[in-house]
Design a binder for this molecule. Structure first.
Ligand SMILES: O=C1CCCN[C@@H]1CCCn1cnc2cc(F)c(Cl)cc2c1=O
Ligand SMILES: [Mg+2]
Length: 517
């Protein structure tokens, strides 16, 4: 059968793998583990995201660039402090594995896992004066990280598409403004295009990008397993990289009489990847398959003829199918991406299931009875709600209905995330809340070692789980997801304690924790 064989609640990870395959989004690249083929449905989504984001960063003055995909050991050497932790992920080409013809490679090169080391030697060359600031480049490319953990389509792959923005500014304040502007665009990709709610916040010292100064993030939530997921990060790098790579300008305001000094620029870098597609699939998908938010659906409405069978005369059938073309043309003029399915040898019911599997937001059914009444029947993919629309008002009703589907999908997901974000002031409630598929906000001291302790304290021991032995998987401890910009009330500076019973320090802020990807 072509349909789904696994339910979302029964086996979430098997359900997810089946959806992305059967909805024709992904094909496993069987030559090498951890690599996936993105098929047109997925690439359409990524192209819509790129259009939306590219238009907005251009308005900010960001220019596009393209740098080589290989980096040398020498340039990586400059970042050695924080890249050592990443070393296992680096994909090196060393002799004799990469050679053109019989010539061996002069020096080992690595495929970029991110492009700081590739780009910043040239930032050092190009950025000389404050007149060169703000300096803003972005590239759309793919990066390779040889993940050791189990890979999964979109969420964790050894190569993925992303954009990486790299900017330079005169001051910390100017850099800080851009960090938040970009973060808000990331939130917009999720909330405006993917109908996915995200919490905006700052990463703790433990979870931030080690090479940077601070990291801001948009955090998602997967209702099916209650896990948090990092959705996109916008880092302020401070002057760390400009000192490593010697990116400096002449001081624009030298004190009179003093020799002109050099100032290291303040940098940001920000990235959003095709992981966003996986998050959308996981949140909106159901047991019939993919459910696409209309704004990013390659096909927004599918028109299916009904009531046509072997008794229908050839001229009636032709007339009926001509109507389908008219409807499609009307919808095209109204900006709706639609098609009709006149495949012979398949029943309407079969076609309904096929297009539901592929996540098409709206089904339109059109039969001789509908034609007689000059109406068309619809069925919403997200709620299953059915109804009829006058053919005469298609060009206004259908766009309106698609926008309603888009906003209803967001509202539903936002309510679900909000209901599973629990503020906790009693430590005993933490693990039960996690087990009930929540993420938690707790008063926290924000210290790295306290986070390590919390991870241990909240990791379920296998023997503590009830149920048959073979199902006893030690449940993972909770990690910090972000320090939400939107802080609840209730922390009295100098009074409220960190919620970790073994910490004892004062709480600095509410910090969101959860089991996570
Ligand atoms: O997250 C972003 C947004 C876009 C530009 N880059 C930053 C930081 C990337 C961190 N990071 C992430 N993963 C890495 C993996 C590696 F193998 C090596 Cl050598 C380095 C890194 C690494 O620096
Ligand atoms: Mg990583």
């Amino acid at each position: 059968i072509i349909g789904m064989t696994v339910t979302k609640v029964d086996n979430f990870s098997a359900w997810y793998q089946e959806v992305v395959i059967k909805a024709e989004m992904i094909e496993y690249y069987n030559e090498i583990a951890g690599f996936f083929i993105l098929r047109p449905t997925s690439m359409f989504i990524w192209a819509e995201i790129r259009k939306w984001f590219q238009e907005r960063i251009e308005l900010m003055g960001v220019e596009e660039t393209s740098f080589p995909m290989f980096l040398s050991a020498k340039s990586l050497e400059k970042e050695k402090d924080h890249v050592e932790g990443f070393a296992p992920e680096l994909a090196w080409f060393t002799c004799p594995y990469l050679h053109s013809g019989d010539k061996d490679l002069e020096v080992p090169v690595a495929v970029r896992p991110t492009s700081e080391a590739v780009m910043y030697p040239y930032y050092s060359k190009w950025i000389r004066s404050h007149r060169d600031l703000p300096f803003r480049l972005n590239q759309w490319n793919s990066v390779v990280r040889w993940e050791a953990k189990q890979t999964t389509p979109f969420l964790r792959a050894r190569e993925f598409l992303w954009q990486e923005g790299h900017t330079a500014h005169l001051t910390e304040e100017l850099a800080g403004v851009e960090v938040l502007e970009i973060l808000e665009l990331y939130a917009g990709v999720y909330e405006q295009l993917l109908a996915v709610p995200v919490v905006r916040g700052r990463k703790t010292e433990k979870e931030k990008f080690a090479g940077g100064y601070y990291t801001t993030t948009v955090e998602g939530y997967i209702p099916s397993n209650g896990r948090g997921i990092q959705g996109g990060t916008s880092h302020c790098l401070g002057q760390n990289f400009s000192k490593m790579f010697d990116i400096k300008i002449e001081d624009p305001n030298p004190k009179d009489g003093e020799k002109a000094k050099h100032l290291h620029v303040w940098q940001n870098s920000w990235g959003l990847s095709t992981r966003v597609i996986g998050v959308m699939v996981m949140i909106h998908g159901d047991d019939k398959g993919l459910v696409l938010p209309p704004r990013i659906a390659k096909l927004q409405a599918i028109i299916i003829p009904v009531g046509i069978n072997k008794n229908t005369s050839p001229e009636d059938k032709k007339k009926h199918y001509d109507d389908l073309q008219d409807i499609k043309d009307t919808l095209k003029k109204a900006g709706v991406r639609s098609d009709y399915d006149i495949r012979d040898g398949y029943t309407p019911g079969w076609k309904f299931s096929d297009w539901e599997l592929k996540g098409v937001p709206l089904r339109l059914e059109y039969g001789p009875k509908d034609a007689a009444q000059k109406v068309i029947s619809f069925a919403r993919r997200d709620t299953g709600e059915k109804g009829t629309i006058d053919i005469a008002s298609l060009s206004t009703e259908i766009p309106t209905l698609l926008e309603k589907i888009q906003s209803d999908m967001y509202i539903k997901a936002e309510a679900s995330f909000r209901a599973h974000r629990i503020n906790i002031t009693n430590w005993e409630e933490v693990v039960p809340s996690l087990d009930a598929k929540n993420v938690v906000l707790i008063p926290h001291c924000l210290a790295e070692k306290c986070e390590d302790k919390i991870k241990d304290l909240t990791a379920g021991k296998a023997d503590e789980q009830e149920g048959p032995a073979e199902l006893k998987a030690p449940s993972m401890g909770m990690k910090s997801l972000c320090i939400p910009f939107e802080q609840p009330a209730g922390i009295e500076k100098g009074v409220t304690k960190c919620l970790n019973p073994e910490c004892g320090a004062l709480a600095e802020q509410w910090c969101m924790f959860g089991r996570s990807y």
